[in-house]
Design a protein around this ligand. Structure first.
Ligand SMILES: [Fe+2]
Ligand SMILES: [Fe+2]
Length: 356
């Protein structure tokens, strides 16, 4: 295949459809190799097989009717874990009566789940848009349909927990909810930006959920089960998004690379905030002083460290794929999400190592 053909295949996302009959590589072997189209297809075959071997159903795999899985408003396990949620460690929160702490915890978890399922909804729509144009035999088609199936189950299980909590949460900020129908349309034209957007939605939720488990926080069983399923399947989605960017980014034109690099930190910060910063409605409902929210998101030094940690894997990806330019480096700093890149994906963060 000529260099020009390869460039086209890589940037358009179309399968080259060359018949690779090599034995399937392990995922680690594939991920540690420089990404070529052939190698990329191997990763997608491995991820597709993993989806067949280990997947979950939102209703068959969660014992919703079990006694311990019922959401009770007097269950202290809904108190926000101090080691993970910045609000949970704040003096203002700790000084609230227990029933108030539980109520705030329930609402907060419900809103995070709601934002998560809204992101996933946009992702599912974008996947459908993207695969529509893929040719017969495309391994991307096969893998992405597995991913969409899994995301459908995630949106169902997240919504089920929100319903059981019974909190009237809106999820994403208003602007993003209005933009949601338009965003999936951009996927075919700007696949790299789209896959980076996917990471911006997936990384903060995945990172936070993993930190909760690593810190050993005691969670309500229904939340623990939902997170456990999500972490298991999200590992594949994040591996895919990283590979999709690694394949395409080096083939962007100089101009597109600079624009993408500059957009990256803005996208991460904007979408990260949409997931993690509690909305105004929450502050008003629970009468949380403005200064408390300001300090936690993200004025306090520990909060800033936590925010930076969320994106260490994305910084690594940016460094590896030419998406860290002098201008973008300044923007990472301006967005307060600069710092050391991970040495490998999912490297436990400094904040966690201190908290554990
Ligand atoms: Fe998901
Ligand atoms: Fe996902």
């Amino acid at each position: 295949m000529s260099r020009r053909d390869f460039k086209h295949a890589a940037s358009s996302g179309l399968s080259t459809r060359s018949a690779h009959s090599r034995a399937q590589m392990t995922l680690d072997e594939a991920l540690n190799t420089k990404v070529t189209r052939e190698n990329y297809d191997d990763v997608l075959r491995t991820l597709s097989q993993a989806s067949v071997d280990r997947h979950f159903d939102a209703f068959a795999d969660i014992p919703w009717d079990a006694e311990d899985f019922q959401v009770r408003h007097d269950d202290p396990r809904w108190v926000l874990p101090a080691a993970v949620d910045p609000l949970g460690g704040h003096q203002w929160y700790i000084s609230q009566p227990l029933d108030r702490q539980i109520e705030i915890g329930l609402w907060r978890q419900a809103n995070i789940l709601k934002v998560g399922l809204q992101f996933e909804n946009v992702l599912i729509r974008a996947i459908m848009q993207y695969v529509f144009a893929l040719p017969n035999g495309s391994i991307e088609y096969r893998y992405l349909m597995h991913e969409a199936t899994e995301e459908c189950h995630h949106t169902q299980m997240f919504q089920e927990v929100v319903n059981r909590i019974g909190a009237e949460v809106d999820g994403m900020p208003w602007v993003l909810r209005k933009l949601a129908p338009v965003l999936p349309m951009l996927v075919t034209k700007y696949p790299v930006v789209f896959f980076l957007g996917v990471l911006a939605g997936e990384e903060p939720i995945d990172h936070t959920q993993k930190s909760i488990f690593r810190a050993g926080a005691e969670l309500p069983p229904v939340l623990a089960r939902v997170m456990e399923i999500h972490i298991a399947e999200e590992a594949r989605h994040i591996a895919f998004a990283h590979e999709a960017v690694r394949l395409r980014a080096p083939h962007l034109s100089r101009r597109a690379r600079h624009i993408t690099a500059a957009l990256l930190p803005l996208l991460m910060r904007l979408l990260g905030d949409a997931i993690l910063v509690p909305p105004k409605d929450f502050r008003e409902r629970f009468d949380i002083p403005k200064e408390v929210i300001k300090e936690l998101y993200w004025d306090a030094p520990e909060s800033q460290a936590r925010l930076r940690d969320l994106f260490a894997d994305v910084r690594m990806l940016a460094e590896d794929t030419g998406l860290m330019t002098p201008l973008s480096r300044r923007l990472w700093r301006w967005c307060k999400i600069d710092g050391r890149p991970s040495r490998f994906r999912s490297e436990p963060s400094v904040v966690f190592r201190k908290a554990a």
